[in-house]
Design a protein around this ligand. Structure first.
Ligand code: SF4
Ligand code: SF4
Ligand code: FES
Length: 369
């Protein structure tokens, strides 16, 4: 039987000791789970290790941890797959939530609090039917993906927006919000969406980083659900928000349709004052002036040093811009939901300028569910 070493992050907030790593050697068959390894250690070697689990079958969501830096379920990962060449496996608590002890995080103060924030129950109107509600099968299929959530917190653990803004409602709770916004039995779709759009930590706070999509063991794809909430808010209910989230999104869509490359100055201006008329509107002068610190930060970091980045409208187009337009037309004609992601821009800036551009790449089109 091969030998493994579990390197576990230990921490007891009630002691005066800072967090530390503790290594444990153990023998286990490679197909056994990391949870099996932790249980074995606790039963045979060190009864003080704090961790949570229940079903051992990837159903209850209680064994969420980070293995080798990635959030996942301990019961759903085999030691043989997780060990590096020396047989070592690193296990630590999930991120973005306070540690109660060792591998146990305080889900009440973050995950469950945010879940409650989205009113996670149906709000029907009128008297209930005499028998059951009859719901079209396609509506149920539409929300099946969100229903699959097992509340493990893996997406919350790695959400980059939440790391910067702990008030962000977050991927799990917003995916849950879609579960009700997509359900025809619920009568508060508009109110729910308006509320999530008005909240500065709501649907427009997500930065499309994909971390929640990668982290989710049940393919809920929370980011896709957030995009669907946005689309519904804008297209079906024509909802506007005081945080310029909608105009920011529309500025992105328009600029990419026209150029295929990120004209950041134009996106910034159009987010606050779309079109010439809005730019001349006195009420938008102050919001536009407020974008200046962002621009200065962009210049300082090297992100916006070149002229095409600074002057709205002069940013270059993709060579085959017509291909992008064709994608837009196709999506519109077929009613398809498409997410466009710009994966890199080549030949802009140099290493000296500190840009993050690494290679000349075409925009990548990812079809969302
Ligand atoms: S895509 Fe959005 S919700 Fe998901 S992890 Fe990134 S910022 Fe958070
Ligand atoms: S959306 Fe996925 S990762 Fe997030 S809590 Fe639900 S099951 Fe876990
Ligand atoms: S123990 Fe239930 S999901 Fe891992």
């Amino acid at each position: 039987m091969p030998n493994y070493t579990l390197k576990i992050r230990r921490y007891d907030p009630e002691s005066d000791d800072p967090p530390y790593w503790q290594r444990y050697d153990l023998e286990l068959a490679p197909e056994r789970s990391v949870l099996d390894a932790i249980v074995k250690l606790k039963e045979e070697v060190d009864g003080t290790i704090g961790f949570r689990h229940s079903c051992r079958g990837a159903i209850c969501g209680s064994c969420g941890v980070k293995i080798n830096g990635k959030p996942c379920l301990a019961c759903n990962n085999q030691v043989g797959d997780c060990a590096d060449d020396s047989g070592e496996i690193t296990v630590e608590p999930q991120g973005n939530m306070p540690v109660i002890k060792d591998l146990i995080v305080d889900m009440d103060s973050v995950h469950w609090k945010k879940m409650k924030r989205v009113t996670p129950w149906l709000l029907p109107e009128g008297d209930p039917p005499e028998r059951e509600y009859i719901v079209p099968i396609e509506s149920m299929l539409d929300i099946t993906q969100t229903v699959a959530c097992i509340q493990c917190g893996s997406c919350v653990s790695d959400c980059l927006a939440m790391e910067v803004d702990p008030e962000f409602i977050g991927p799990a709770a917003l995916a849950k919000a879609y579960r009700f916004v997509g359900d025809p039995r619920d009568a508060a779709h508009r109110e729910r969406l308006q509320d999530l759009a008005d909240d500065p930590h709501g649907i427009f706070d997500c930065t499309h980083c994909f971390m929640c999509v990668d982290a989710c063991p049940k393919d809920v794809a929370p980011m896709d659900q957030i995009m669907r909430l946005r689309r519904k808010a804008i297209k079906e209910f024509d909802i506007t928000d005081p945080n310029h989230g909608r105009s920011h999104e529309e500025a992105f869509v328009e600029v990419i349709e026209k150029k295929g490359t990120l004209d950041e100055s134009k996106i910034m201006q159009d987010s606050f004052a779309p079109g010439i008329k809005e730019k001349l509107n006195p009420k938008n002068i102050l919001p536009l002036i407020r974008t200046l610190p962002t621009m200065f930060r962009g210049i300082k970091s090297g992100k916006m040093r070149s002229l095409p980045k600074l002057i709205p409208g002069v940013h270059h187009k993709l060579e085959d811009q017509q291909a992008i337009k064709r994608i837009y037309k196709h999506a519109e004609a077929h009613g398809e939901e498409l997410n466009l992601y710009i994966v890199g821009e080549g030949n802009e800036g140099t290493e000296d300028e500190g840009t993050s551009a690494e290679s000349a790449e075409e925009p990548e089109v990812v079809k969302s569910k």
